[in-house]
Write a protein that binds this ligand. Sequence first.
Ligand code: CU
Length: 193
Amino acid sequence: MLPFNTLLTIQRTAAITSFLAGALVVAVVIFLITTSSTSEDKTSVKHKVYKLRGRYFFVLTLCVIAGLFISLRLLPYTKFQEKPDEIVTIVAMQWAWKMAPGISDKSPADFEGSNEITLPAGRHIQFNVTSSDVNHDFAIYNSKGVLIAQTQAMPQYHNKLEHYFSEKGDYHILCLEYCGMPHAFMVGIIHIN
Ligand SMILES: [Cu+2]
């Protein structure tokens, strides 16, 4: 959670920015109304606009190509294309989590795991998530109560969730899919050290 002062500043900045953008739109409209005339020769205007449109298209294309080139390199996909450092099997059940390192060849119902697990910080971890009964949702919260990663836990499906825990500490696992009365008590812990 951001401190209240920071939130206020972000809100103020957003308000000022939208006010200035609104004022700019109004100014452009007023400019167009005051400078437009009905008697001007439309052919020469059309010619001017079409010429400008060609240049505008060219500049816009260059901007899009440059934007794609810069932003595509920043996407985190390549980071997760390597083999994970560690694989953890997660089985959700009414109303607990079974977690254990490695890939399990047992059925979700027979799989044995604990509600608590310890994992290393700064490693590429892949969670292999499934369910032994109904739909659940495997959601990881940090110590400040912020949701940092989540995926559905579904019977007969194995969803892969990859995450780097850059900070040490205790992370809580909550279920984000209502799965019955004690759903809210379905809490697991991941210790990162
Ligand atoms: Cu639930």
